[in-house]
Design a protein around this ligand. Structure first.
Ligand code: AP5
Ligand code: MG
Length: 193
């Protein structure tokens, strides 16, 4: 099984690269951001609660996203592997993900972090905010808050995987295809181990 954590700040290109990776490697894409926006679109109670935090660029509680991921793992028992996008976003989430996978005799293969400058993140997100309908893209203050949450709560998750010798990073500043090639080179190295 190939279980990849695709990591990086808001706007780093996790979703964009995930779409290409699931095609090439036959993986299931699990984006907690997409799952939460799905709950919002359906008007569920969980979605309504999450929206209040997401619209301000704040993380939703760990137990909410861990519960969603647990359900998705159970619903895809025969999958060849997963890409975790936007999850784990706190060290608690990373610990819980390890436990969940262990209970299924599985584990994380590795984390790949996309490195992108703050100026470029802001540029990409404001550009998308023009027509994405994502409240958290439209305004520089909320984008700033998302980056702040990332630096405070999420960046330490990289250390968690470094300690397990499962951390790799790529330059996330080129074209989509250049970055994809760099990610594939790492995955192929893992698969040929
Ligand atoms: P989430 O949906 O995960 O958003 P994010 O991580 O903040 O960032 P994005 O999804 O916007 O960026 P991305 O890295 O996927 O980049 P993309 O490919 O889209 O989370 C949203 C919110 O949900 C959080 O703030 C939080 O409230 C909540 N949440 C989610 N998960 C959570 C968790 N685990 N715990 C707690 N709370 C959670 O690209 C961005 C743009 O750039 C696109 O327009 C794209 O076309 C463009 N682009 C991509 N690559 C390139 C390139 N190489 N060159 C130029 N442009 C590019
Ligand atoms: Mg995304």
């Amino acid at each position: 099984m190939l279980n990849l954590v695709l990591f990086g700040p808001p706007g780093a290109g996790k979703g964009t690269q995930s779409q290409k990776l699931i095609e090439k490697y036959g993986l299931i894409h699990l984006s907690t951001g997409d799952l939460l926006r799905g709950e919002i679109a359906q008007g569920t109670e969980l979605g309504l609660e999450a929206k209040k935090l997401m619209d301000h660029g704040q993380l939703v509680p760990d137990e909410v996203v861990i519960g969603m991921i647990s359900n998705k793992l159970d619903a895809n028992k025969d999958a060849g592997g997963f890409i975790f996008d936007g999850f784990p976003r706190t060290v608690t989430q990373a610990e819980e993900l390890d436990s969940l996978l262990e209970s299924k005799q599985s584990s994380i293969t590795g984390m790949i972090a996309l490195q992108v400058d703050d100026d470029e993140l802001l540029r990409r997100l404001l550009l998308r905010g023009k027509d994405s309908g994502r409240v958290d893209d439209a305004n520089p203050e909320v984008i700033g808050k998302r980056i702040h949450e990332y630096n405070n709560k999420t960046a330490p998750v990289a250390e968690f995987y470094k300690k397990q010798n499962k951390f790799e990073s790529v330059n996330g500043m080129g074209t989509v295809d250049e970055i994809f090639a760099a990610i594939c080179a790492i995955i192929d190295k893992w698969l040929n181990k």
